[in-house]
Ligand binder design. Sequence first.
Ligand SMILES: Nc1ncnc2c1ncn2[C@@H]1O[C@H](COP(=O)(O)OP(=O)(O)OP(=O)(O)O)[C@@H](O)[C@H]1O
Length: 377
Amino acid sequence: MYVRRLELVDFRSYERVGVDLEPGPNILIGANGVGKTNLVEALGYVATLDSHRVATDAPLVRMGATAAVIRCAVVHEGRELLVELEIVPGKANRARLGRSPARRARDVLGALRLVLFAPEDLELVRGDPAERRRYLDDLLVLRQPRYAGVRADYDRVVKQRNALLRTAYLARKTGGTRGGDLSTLAVWDTHLARHGAELLAGRLELVAALTPHVAKAYDAVAAGRGAAAIAYRPSVELTEPTTDRETLAKVLAAALEEQRSAEIERGTTLVGPHRDDLTLNLGPLPAKGYASHGESWSYALALRLAGYDLLRNDGIEPVLVLDDVFAELDAGRRDRLADLVGGASQLLVTCAVADDVPDALRGARYEVSEGTVRRAG
Ligand SMILES: Nc1ncnc2c1ncn2[C@@H]1O[C@H](COP(=O)(O)OP(=O)(O)OP(=O)(O)O)[C@@H](O)[C@H]1O
């Protein structure tokens, strides 16, 4: 799979820009702050409907404009598909696939499979569990786009259930009775157990498939210095490993029952996949809190490369993006990374200094300067 052309209108710093890309390596070169990351962020958004840098859409729209458009032509197995997204902050995104309006924006998921590594990914190792849940869920959706619906359904149920618990909590706190009616809680428990089991099973299957790829990728990135192992840590106790949806739904339902009074006491949902984490170990120690800066950075890169490897193993050839990566590495690590990613069906690399990118990744070069992208050479 590769992106043949990318066009942006009022996205980030770009009023209007179009760039033709090539299969294989594409190196985007430009000084700090000229808009290199903005280009790859747009592609990441098409792949996940999310930015790797911001939680809300407003910063994605050029200052002074009301909406941004990302348009890209994706070639997969010899066929080209045009994907278009319009981002209007505060409103649902509008999407077009092959020039026809999509029913929902999330129908575009799967059209562009892309794995992006950026400096922000250090948070995968150092940040909150939410960062690692998002990593897993994004990868799950890239592998099996139907999980976008599962994730949305689950999030909706948690939100509704939390609103109900919160109202009851506030009613209790103020000594009133209005809004304290929890008679519908059982219905939400059933929904949460069903959608939660589906999401949990998907994540457990994903982690089982991903684990050897993480170990291999870390070994390659860090040149054999330390063994990386990941493990899924659910908020419910699983007496034996299972991905059977019915069993997981029963476990979740029982945990909700057990936590009922604590949940009413705290006014929030305390069990379910939204409270789970992915444990990252390096040798005998957890990476979070123990790994050095370099180790954490290598771990984050290994997580992304593992995802990329897994998708390739599944027969999906995703686009790979390395944003500002090579400047962080010494010559040995640069060459090793180039060896690992050199065969990508399409690789996009951003850098401020062209010499930081190993010669092995020679390919199409682009000069990025404020608001424009020009093919070099
Ligand atoms: N919504 C927006 N409207 C206008 N300009 C924006 C918007 N969002 C970001 N910018 C501008 O985009 C620029 C940052 O672009 P980007 O992050 O792509 O830089 P970069 O080339 O990757 O830089 P670096 O090499 O430092 O990582 C900044 O100058 C910022 O002010």
